[in-house]
Design a protein around this ligand. Structure first.
Ligand SMILES: Nc1ncnc2c1ncn2[C@@H]1O[C@H](COP(=O)(O)OP(=O)(O)OP(=O)(O)O)[C@@H](O)[C@H]1O
Length: 224
């Protein structure tokens, strides 16, 4: 499993706010590697995650997840790829209000076409792996920010994603939790053999990563 981004250009906004967020970006990412996406604020890290995650269609270029060009899929096909092949751990955790920790995982599995009952054991194992086996019945508003991110990580891993996308995993948690979380992401990347991209400003994340992609090396021409 590999992800190849080829000649990706993305422009965002209209009129006066029109901005070239990525211009002709080409990069490859290997299975089992955690890549840190680094670069100053506004350099396009989140935009790259959105293109790789089939959330945003680039103006130009290909996003090849193995043989599938995510940029060329129909909306329906992209939604299917998102549910079945890609795991997301974004800052807010993106959890569903009103569902317990365990239900967050089982609902996602159900949307991806699995029978939740068959995955309950696996869901509990993953929640134990991220240190949340004592929070199975908590709802998002009863969890801390770091706990919500760990639920999102367990939920992403339950789908056995080929691609794991993580935005600023250590921004909202204390140093110890941050270190634990990034170690967990690195370990699961190696064990589960997914392609993992982590957008970050945190040197500890860069240290834990197998490779680094510096967005400044791919920066659009200054005009924006
Ligand atoms: N909807 C939008 N309309 C216009 N420009 C946008 C829009 N969203 C983002 N941008 C611009 O696109 C560029 C890339 O933004 P992006 O969020 O990808 O950067 P980033 O590296 O993730 O930043 P940060 O580290 O602050 O999260 C920035 O210059 C930003 O101002």
């Amino acid at each position: 499993m590999t992800l190849h981004l080829k000649d990706i250009t993305v422009t965002l906004g209209r009129g006066a706010s029109r901005t070239t967020a990525l211009e002709g970006l080409t990069a490859s990412f290997r299975q089992g590697d955690l890549t840190a996406l680094v670069g100053p604020s506004g350099s396009g890290k989140s935009t790259l995650l959105a293109v790789a995650g089939a959330l945003l269609r680039p103006d130009r270029g290909q996003a090849l997840l193995n043989d599938t060009d995510l940029a060329a899929l129909t909306d329906r096909e992209r939604a299917h790829a998102r549910r079945t092949r890609i795991g997301y751990v974004f800052q807010s955790g993106n959890l569903l209000t009103g569902l317990t920790t365990e239900e967050q995982l089982l609902a996602a599995a159900s949307l991806a076409g699995h029978r939740p009952r068959t995955l309950r054991g696996q869901a509990r194992e993953l929640l134990a792996e991220v240190g949340l086996d004592h929070r199975l019945r908590h709802r998002p508003d009863q969890l801390s920010g770091g706990e919500r991110q760990r639920v999102a990580l367990a939920r992403a891993l339950l789908g056995r994603p080929e691609l794991l996308l993580v935005d600023e995993p250590t921004a909202a948690v204390d140093r110890t939790r941050a270190d634990d979380l990034i170690r967990l992401i690195a370990r699961t990347t190696h064990e589960h053999g997914c392609v993992t991209l982590v957008a970050t400003h945190d040197p500890v994340v860069v240290e834990a990563a197998d490779t680094t992609l510096d967005m400044l090396d791919h920066a659009p021409a200054a005009t924006g």
